[in-house]
Design a protein. Structure first.
Length: 216
């Protein structure tokens, strides 16, 4: 299936890339146009099929991307997609969010993630084609869908390195896809974690879709 300028292969139970995810990913690349030829270090958490990491790797050809997932099947799919799209500047790592990463050894200019963010109430309303095809672990999160997002936001500052050029250009250093009812809660979580310039951006349907910010 098409995603940005990639051809993404997906098989059960790996999460199928959504148009909303493609939308913000493409917009993010355009936002970073002035840094397209820089050598950035980017981290993609919960990579799934690898669509976000690979789209960024294609756009930022001189950059290095680390993409993590807890699922072996997802990582297998992501590696297949990297090979299929002839992309070699992404390293895939099995990790439960930041668990296998060490901030004392490596930090990143930009962290992106499309984590699980569906709560138990929403899960019950999903179409069977979603619940039967896709891994529940890639969709569902405790705490009304906020558990993974909370963990990412709380630990992310340790893994983000200062980047004066990005600060000067007012570019985000963390971008997280969120549920359409979670905007204000996530905004407060990011402020509590001392992120600056926190923004909630809506998708084409006018729904809250991504939270972004940068370290102070």
């Amino acid at each position: 299936m098409p995603f940005a300028d990639l051809d993404i292969l997906v098989k059960p139970p790996v999460l199928i890339p959504r148009p909303e995810t493609e939308e913000w990913c493409v917009n993010l690349c355009e936002q970073f146009e002035k840094l397209k030829n820089r050598s950035l270090h980017i981290l993609d958490l919960c990579t799934g099929s690898g669509c976000i990491a690979l789209a960024l790797a294609r756009y930022f050809e001189k950059s290095q991307i680390v993409a993590t997932d807890i699922s072996d099947l997802a990582l297998e799919c992501a590696r297949e997609n990297a090979k299929h799209n002839k992309i070699n500047n992404v390293r895939f790592v099995k990790s439960d969010l930041f668990e296998s990463l060490d901030p004392s050894l490596f930090q990143y200019d930009l962290i992106v993630s499309n984590p699980p963010y569906i709560g138990s109430k929403e899960w019950k309303t999903l179409e069977p084609m979603v619940t039967e095809w896709e891994d529940r672990g890639a969709l569902f999160s405790e705490h009304n869908g906020l558990a993974h997002i909370e963990k990412i936001i709380s630990k992310a500052p340790l893994f983000i390195r200062p980047n004066q050029e990005m600060k000067m250009l007012q570019l985000p250093q963390i971008v997280i896809e969120i549920g359409y009812r979670q905007g204000q809660q996530v905004k407060q979580l990011m402020r509590d974690a001392l992120f600056d310039h926190v923004e909630i951006t809506k998708d084409l349907e006018g729904k809250d879709r991504i939270a972004s910010g940068r370290i102070q």
